[in-house]
Ligand binder design. Sequence first.
Ligand code: ADP
Length: 163
Amino acid sequence: ELPSGTNEHTKRTTMKKAIFPGSFDPFTLGHYDIVNRGLALFDEIIIGIGRNSTKKDTFPIREREEAIRKIFKDEPRIRVEIYDCLTVDFAKQHDAKFILRGIRCVEDFEYERNMAEANRQLGDLETIILYTHPEYAHISSTLVRDLYAYGKDVTAFVPNELR
Ligand code: ADP
């Protein structure tokens, strides 16, 4: 039996696997930065593109999947998958105990805290939050979508493979 105060997360595991869930519509330099920094913390990161019934897609989900795979084609520790269930169930399928998320500003905080609490309660998942690099703090998928819709240059906001 485990001493009090220890749980699944305080036990030493050999393989630290995290899910990086999001819509990634599209994947931006902000997302890219979080994933790359996450590689220093986890052995494997599974980028989960959530199929969202309430949000309207701008870029088709298969295109997003393909683009993100291309970005990380030389990184064997990254996997990219589409999922259409709760993040806790997706994590369970992959035997992942961690969720990786990014925070840009105070507005992100409340939302992330509620999600983290729900995922801890529902799936015993621990959420690891990284603060965004100041250089990318203003970048959002929404911004990129707006620029794209008006035919503007998005190269400063997305990884090379999406340019
Ligand atoms: P969701 O719809 O789940 O919020 P997103 O694709 O918008 O999915 O974002 C996925 C994660 O990436 C979230 O944790 C979000 O806060 C984070 N994120 C988004 N943009 C940035 C950025 N510019 N810098 C750091 N983290 C970011």
